[in-house]
Design a protein around this ligand. Sequence first.
Ligand code: TXA
Ligand code: MG
Length: 341
Amino acid sequence: MTRQTMRFTTARHDLEQAAMLLRDGETVAFPTETVYGLGANALDARAVDKIFKAKGRPSDNPLIVHIAHRDDVHQLVTHIPELARLCMDHFWPGPLTLILPCTDAVPANVTAGLDTVGVRMPDHDTALQVIALAGVPVAAPSANRSGRPSPTTAEHVLEDLSGHIAGVVDGGAAGVGVESTVLDVTGAVPMILRPGGVTREMLEHLLGPVAVDPALGNETIAPKSPGVKYTHYAPRGTMYLVEGEQALVEMQRLVQTADQKVGVLTTDEHKDLFPTAAHVISLGSQDDLATVAARLYDAIRSFDHHEIEVIYAETFPEDGIGLAVMNRLRKAAGHRVILAE
Ligand code: TXA
Ligand code: MG
């Protein structure tokens, strides 16, 4: 279905209109501190279904439910383990999604039929206002077409979903730039299912040992795999990560000998090493991973705007937010890794 997508500012009157659309069972995209989300009333299965249709999202991928007040969690979850309570105290509002056992009030399409639900309270004034004005919990995946990089601006949202959603609130650039950390707190040891804005180090400081889903580690041992089924956040061109001690030399060689329109994803320190590339994007200084994260998805999208056919990307240390950055880069590259040692 194609129709006009309404654009809202962050003025109170606009946010009230956006919230009204949500209450009426429509889909509205809005900024959060991580990326833009595509919201719908989380308690209305038909509204939630519109999210899946607009995104082209597989129905087996559950959604995160966003709340504006901590007490709103009680209608969604059957109980809150002590670990989860600690996390809420320290990291909410913020980029941490907690996986908790869900109540019957949560429709099956939100949870993809699981008996758990992901909940978070975003640390973003506009998001909190929209959710509070809607008066319902808001299910919101990232507001991109499925498989594309998550949107960090309203323009990105419209690039993917214009005509397929009822509205978008333009609140400028999102902050962190990569999605929230998804933490399963239903077991004895908390487990990171997706690295994100709240780092493993931050969680371990509070909770003690935190596991990382072994499936995340496995991705790194599938180099050069076409891995179509795992591709996500992907540009239209083919992306390769270049890793190892000789990575920069190898990247220069690959760029010089490329017979396709070539792009480079790099850092301030190295951006001048590739004079023959058609499009060179720096994510900032290699020592400033927060900026690298904030710029990542816009950079990946920009290769499409320049119709780049092949992209070589630098890699980053996996400490702090670097774990999330490398997780997204590996997915964007469909796990194609060139080792240069
Ligand atoms: O930062 C974010 O988390 C953004 C903003 C909009 O809040 N949202 C977001 O949503 O990234 P989405 O749908 O793109 O990613 C949700 C992730 C998926 O990896 C999904 O599998 C996981 O959360 N997830 C949701 N519910 C889950 C559950 N019950 N069990 C396990 N994983 C779950
Ligand atoms: Mg997403």
